[in-house]
Design a binder for this molecule. Structure first.
Ligand code: SF4
Length: 223
């Protein structure tokens, strides 16, 4: 199998990025966050719960959780032990319960009960590392603070040669350079769908992939 040629010039690289984005837009035009939520606080909680857990599992837990703790104040006043039991099935429940209660108290005490809308401030909230903060700012507020880098974005950005890095911080930095800012939010949602459906970790479905014309990844399977 002969692979498509690598772009040589900056102009060719830019044109290739546009083809990647067009393919994603065509296939996943309305991609959005899979975590169910009604407001920014609920999205923050759901994102904390989603660490090392599937979105499907989180979506099973959150409806009951938000019925039991309807407001940020309810989480701030929760017993860590009891909250850990409530979120047990999402894994790492002690750490997650501690983060959620800490986040609720910080938002009430330091931010007048409002989720901060800038990255630096949001990073001060317990449980809101860079990926979580980017999810909340992008999905809840439409603020393109960065690019969400999860396991799908990591794998596929490398396969598509948008980065050669392996640490999320460096991958995000490369993606912020490679992609137009207006694509930062949608790109991650689209890649997560693409990673679940086509460019899966083992045996990617290259024969049905819309990127075959310009993907020269060594992970490619013959078309
Ligand atoms: Fe992934 Fe294969 Fe598509 Fe390349 S051609 S992006 S490896 S599914």
């Amino acid at each position: 199998m002969s692979l498509p040629k690598r772009p040589k010039s900056a102009a060719e690289r830019k044109a290739r990025v546009i083809r990647i984005l067009s393919a994603l837009n065509e296939r996943y035009p309305g991609a959005t966050c899979a975590l169910h939520h009604n407001n920014a606080w609920q999205l923050l909680v759901a994102t904390i719960l989603s660490a090392q857990c599937t979105d499907e599992r989180v979506n099973k837990v959150t409806p009951g959780l938000f019925r039991k703790y309807p407001a940020i104040e309810d989480f701030a006043a929760a017993s860590q032990q009891e909250l850990a039991r409530d979120i047990h099935s999402t894994g790492f429940f002690n750490n997650k319960a501690k983060s959620i209660i800490g986040a609720a108290r910080t938002i009430l005490n330091d931010f007048h009960g409002e989720i901060p809308r800038d990255l630096e401030a949001l990073l001060r909230v317990p449980g809101a590392a860079r990926k979580t903060a980017n999810v909340v700012l992008g999905t809840a507020f439409g603020i393109a603070s960065g690019v969400v880098v999860d396991t799908h974005v990591t794998r596929i950005s490398r396969r598509l040669d948008l980065t050669r890095e392996s640490s999320p911080v460096k991958i995000e930095r490369d993606l912020m350079k490679a992609l137009p800012r207006e694509n930062w939010i949608l790109f991650s949602h689209q890649i997560i769908h693409f990673g679940r459906e086509i460019c899966i970790a083992r045996k990617p479905k290259c024969p049905i992939c819309p990127m075959t014309g310009f993907c020269y990844s060594e992970d490619r399977v013959p078309v």
